[in-house]
Ligand binder design. Structure first.
Ligand code: SF4
Length: 457
């Protein structure tokens, strides 16, 4: 299918082929779903909203609820203020959310709609009922990526809702990064095991992985509550997991309510999870409970059993920057050679960090931010790998080059169930280890001549 991709690499400017990212509003919509009783609202044309909803629906296999300002030619000329007012009236009277989280699109950004003024006017005119909240984030898709959109909407939660009342009670705000609902649940479980009183936001657990109870629920029971978001202004510290997705929200909380913050890597793999646990030890002063020590022990035990098969294997990793950086470190810990590492999200910091993590593990590795899958494919043609790790779009490269492939990150559109299993923490590390080694060994079995087709490894 991609057999025509040329091996020869020419410098390209102003042209992306198969970008390794998607648009900002998708991340904003995902973050909004992590607020309890919240209806995300796309301020733009219907097409954008339909695409963003369907992309999330295809990944989570859940119906994604979101409204749109439904711009037509009139809105493009005169601005979308009237459309937003009508939409707010309809949303609050028909769908009755507690919160409407508005994000912009390329069109409304280009028109220059002034969302804070439009929202204030709607509130002054009684369009926003008492006790209900409307927040907004600017998410022009011609800059950044879905990760930027997630970061911007997380910051909007703080900007509109965080309040400083001085009663911290040793509360820690935790921004989990652009991770799966199962990851958010796992992070909360670890925080609870470590005895950390926390507010995690956004929180899509029990929203996008809510159980089937035989009847449709417009707003499942999960999501961070408005009262909890208000309390973040009085927390003693913010832990931002993943610089690219979480630092903006943490910075906003510091700016608005003087809450200091600490940025940690996403706790994917043993080393990054260790650093997360160490940060929690610093906060509580308590030792980790036996449950976590046991889990770490199991992860290390499995890793030790598997090391001989991972050692020296070349791997290509692509996806969202926070995930890719932690996973690259995990691969290095396994003795692998991350020879190609790429994200579609912009940020030279990614390249510096990735090169530092890889260090001597691979000679002259290819590392790129703001990259695309065409380039990744060319890299692989020039230096083949034993394993490719990334989202669904990697399957075309995997097929063209006949490489074992592990689906990881966002979006995964062609498999079901992935969002129910965490990849963070020690339990997540075990799952990743199994998936990665299965892919390598399935290939080994497929290619083995009869006399090397082993029953026992
Ligand atoms: S117009 Fe912009 S916001 Fe809408 S789908 Fe396209 S890139 Fe995304």
């Amino acid at each position: 299918m991609l057999n025509m991709t040329p091996k020869e690499i020419h410098k390209r400017k102003g042209l992306k082929i198969n970008p390794a990212k998607t648009c900002q509003p998708i991340g904003a919509m995902y973050a909004s779903l992590g607020i309890h009783n919240c209806l995300p609202h796309s301020h733009g044309s219907q097409g954008c909203c339909a695409y963003h909803r369907s992309h999330l629906t295809r990944h989570y296999k859940e119906p994604i609820m979101a409204a749109t300002s439904s711009f037509t030619e009139g809105a493009a000329v005169f601005g979308g203020g009237a459309n937003l007012r009508q939409a707010l009236k309809t949303m609050f009277s028909v769908y009755k959310p507690d919160v409407v989280a508005v994000h912009t699109t390329c069109l409304s950004e280009t028109i220059g709609d002034d969302l804070p003024t439009l929202i204030k006017k709607a509130a002054d005119d009684g369009i926003i009922p008492k006790g209900k909240t409307v927040i907004h984030a600017n998410t022009p898709s011609y800059v950044g990526s879905h990760v930027t959109g997630f970061a911007n909407m997380t910051a909007a939660m703080v900007k509109y809702l965080a309040e400083k009342n001085g009663h911290s009670g040793k509360l820690v705000s935790v921004i989990p990064g652009y991770v799966e609902p199962s990851d958010m649940r796992e992070i909360k479980r670890i925080l609870n095991l470590m005895g950390v009183r926390h507010v995690l936001f956004p929180d899509t657990s029990d929203v996008l992985d809510a159980g089937q109870k035989g009847k449709f629920t417009m707003y499942p029971r999960g999501g961070v509550k408005v009262e909890e978001l208000k309390s973040t202004g009085s927390s003693e510290l913010t832990l931002a997991l993943g610089k690219f997705a979480s630092e903006t929200g943490a910075q906003m909380l510091e700016q608005k309510c003087d809450v200091p913050f600490q940025v940690l890597d996403l706790p994917i793999g043993i080393s990054a999870t260790d650093r997360f646990i160490e940060a929690l030890i610093d906060i509580t002063g308590a030792s980790p409970p036996e449950t976590l020590i046991e889990e770490r022990g199991r992860a290390v035990d499995i890793m030790t059993d598997m090391l001989q098969y991972f050692h020296g294997k070349k791997v290509a990793i692509f996806g969202d920057p926070d995930q890719v950086l932690s996973l690259t470190e995990f691969a290095v810990n396994l003795g692998m050679k991350p020879v190609h590492v790429l994200t579609g999200t912009p940020g030279k910091l990614f390249e510096r960090k990735a090169k530092k993590i890889i260090g001597q593990a691979a000679e002259s590795p290819n590392v790129k931010s703001s990259g695309d899958l065409f380039l990744l494919h060319q890299w692989i043609k020039n230096e083949p790998v034993d394993l490719l790790i990334g989202n669904t779009y990697g399957k075309y490269i995997a097929r063209a080059e006949d490489i074992p492939f592990v689906r990881f990150g966002f979006p995964i559109l062609d498999r079901i169930g992935h969002s129910y299993f965490p990849t963070v923490g020690y339990r997540g590390a075990i799952r990743l280890l199994e998936k990665m080694l299965d892919a390598i060994m399935d290939r080994q079995d497929r290619d083995a001549p009869d006399f090397r087709f082993e029953l026992v490894m």
